[in-house]
Design a binder for this molecule. Structure first.
Ligand code: 5GP
Length: 129
């Protein structure tokens, strides 16, 4: 069965898109740790990050770097944190999270945003790419 992220990539499920190229897409996490929490996802459905071939892994890091730079320009934060987990969605994704404090990377406290705030945040990040 297609992963939820494959359904987002195919357009079957909507997302707040930040960036896209031939191999990857970046969109806002629907249950964010912090405003601007973004997921960078390969279009190829691969479960675990270290199952990727090294070339695609390097390209995912380069794509995530560009998105992180745009996040830095868009969302006030002490720094952008990066995390790879995949226990909930078995389709590789890099979490990029604007951090103010340690708990922002801990997936415990969540922020709630309106549809308008999600859309404006995605557009703001995209404008800095
Ligand atoms: P992980 O697999 O790394 O543990 O976490 C998966 C992440 O994907 C979670 O932060 C969760 O909020 C996010 N997520 C799960 N389903 C969706 C979805 O349908 N849309 C979006 N944008 N994010 C999702």
């Amino acid at each position: 069965m297609a992963s939820i992220f494959t359904k987002i990539i195919s357009g079957e499920i909507p997302c707040y898109k930040v960036a896209e190229d031939e191999n990857f897409i970046a969109f806002l996490d629907i249950n964010p740790n912090a405003k601007g929490h973004t997921l960078c996802v390969p279009k190829q459905e691969i479960d675990k990050i270290f199952d990727m071939d090294e070339a695609l892994y390097a390209k995912l890091m380069a794509f995530s770097y560009k998105v992180a730079k745009a996040l830095e320009k868009s969302i006030p934060a002490k720094r952008i944190g990066m995390s790879v987990i995949g226990l909930e969605v078995p389709h590789v994704h890099v979490h990029l999270i604007p951090l103010q404090e340690m708990q922002d990377i801990q997936f415990k406290n969540k922020v709630s945003l309106s549809n308008e705030e999600f859309a404006a945040t995605a557009a703001l990040i995209a404008s800095h790419l």
